[in-house]
Design a protein around this ligand. Structure first.
Ligand code: SF4
Length: 430
């Protein structure tokens, strides 16, 4: 099992961000903040609640995400990990990741204290090494803070550092993006996540682009950013193991890989989602509403039972984003259906255009396919959803189908919407 801990605080709000978080304010000491104390109290109650119900489960990964988890005092992070260890079986070599903003590691021995607390992987929100881009994004750090934070983390003894980056930013040129990557390569992180910017509705950045005060790079430039960026990282020894993720051999993020492989995960904290044994629920987003739910012991009361169709669609969508791809036998075991037969025309067109490869029972996107993965996956999703609504071939009902959608008739292979338009749409985003 994986555990995700959502930390809902940030110093200030970045201009592109739509995540749930509360601004703590610039001068506020998190160790003395009543909001952080209240959060910790509720989190411990939530952990005890799930400890009673799921206690003893083996936990292979804990991920502190947010928000800005590096605002939490290291001592508190240590206490949370201690409680997790008390209620669950924390695997001896579990991956313990903490997302950190570069400026929050400044001064003192914070990185070393997180390491002592039990964190063994830092995920640094670098985003860009270009000061203009950092200002456009509304980040509160400078490029020098990023460089310094990696230095401090290494000095503290961290042997697993990930750097988060964004490309396709307003006003960004291909040259600027590749320069950011070269600067990051000099820091030698074990892992790089490179996300294309998504303009989230309601954010300052979205408004400024809408009003024409900022301009996104041309589509052609965004495509070059993705293709050349990925090539540069690969030339420097990073495996492109998921659309937006690159790692040195053996340093793929185990937590995210667990999500993509359909492992159970327990989400703690406001707005966190959990999926355990085919059931999914999401905590309320507000800290007060979450606190009430925890104290009333009504966590997980609004549960979505994952149907076969949902599980099959998720399997397809998540696996196809990875370099390994979709094991078609896994699709068959879950649905009793033949993936290639169900998606014959679409698969043929994608193959002819060099967007997918099929090998050893796996179907995967090529680099060009990854560039347009959103378009490919939304078309496949629509087709698969339609097919799975119709059901499974008679006599091929899999064990996974027991009790679910057994009576649906067989679908016709080769039907469905036209294949994805094979052109260069807007570069992929996450
Ligand atoms: S630090 Fe992260 S979570 Fe907080 S506002 Fe910025 S992008 Fe959003």
């Amino acid at each position: 099992m994986l555990i995700y801990v959502h930390v809902p605080f940030c110093r200030t709000r970045c201009r592109y961000c739509a995540f749930f978080s509360s601004p703590l304010g610039r001068g506020v000491d998190p160790a003395a903040s009543p909001a952080v104390t209240a959060y910790a109290d509720t989190l411990f109650l939530e952990l005890a609640h799930w400890g009673d119900r799921l206690g003893g489960s083996e936990v292979e990964s804990v991920f502190f995400g947010g928000g800005t988890p590096s605002l939490l005092p290291p001592r508190l992070v240590g206490l949370i990990l201690e409680r997790i260890g008390k209620y669950f079986h924390l695997a001896p070599r579990a991956e313990i990741t903490l997302e950190a903003n570069p400026e929050s590691l400044r001064g003192g021995h914070r990185a070393a204290q997180y390491l002592t607390a039990g964190v063994n992987r830092l995920s640094l929100g670098v985003q860009s090494m270009d000061e203009t881009m950092l200002r456009v994004l509304g980040r509160s750090h400078k490029a020098a803070d990023s460089l310094h934070s990696v230095f401090l983390a290494r000095e503290a003894g961290f042997a697993n550092i990930s750097v988060d980056l964004m490309w396709g930013l307003p006003g960004q040129s291909v040259r600027q993006w590749l320069q950011t990557l070269k600067d990051v390569l000099r820091m030698n992180p074990e892992h790089v996540s490179a996300y294309g910017l998504t303009l989230e509705p309601g954010t300052e950045l979205e408004r400024e682009v809408e009003e024409g005060r900022l301009r996104l790079p041309e589509e052609r430039d965004q495509n070059i950013m993705f293709m050349e960026g990925a090539a540069l990282l690969e030339q420097n020894g990073y495996l492109h193991y998921e659309v937006s993720n690159f790692a040195r051999m053996g340093f793929q993020c185990r937590h995210n890989t667990g999500y993509w492989e359909g492992e159970d995960y327990l989400g703690l904290g406001p707005s966190a989602t959990s999926t355990i044994a085919g059931r999914r629920w999401t905590n309320p987003a507000g800290q007060n509403a979450w606190d009430t739910r925890v104290r009333q012991r009504t966590l997980g009361s609004e549960v979505e039972e994952l149907t076969l169709r949902t599980r099959a669609l998720e399997l397809m969508m998540l696996r196809l984003r990875t370099a390994r791809g979709l094991r078609m036998q896994a699709y068959r075991e879950l649905t009793g259906r033949d993936f290639l037969r169900d998606h014959k025309r679409m698969v043929q067109a994608l193959h002819e255009n060099g967007l997918i490869r099929i090998r050893n029972g796996y179907l995967r996107l090529t680099r060009s396919g990854m560039l347009v993965s959103n378009a490919i996956l939304s078309n496949l999703f629509a087709r698969a959803d339609e097919v799975l609504r119709q059901g499974v071939p008679s006599g091929k009902t899999s064990a996974a189908l027991a009790g679910e959608e057994k009576t649906l008739p067989q679908a016709q292979a080769g039907e469905g919407p036209e294949v994805v338009g094979v052109r260069w749409p807007r570069a992929d985003t996450v």
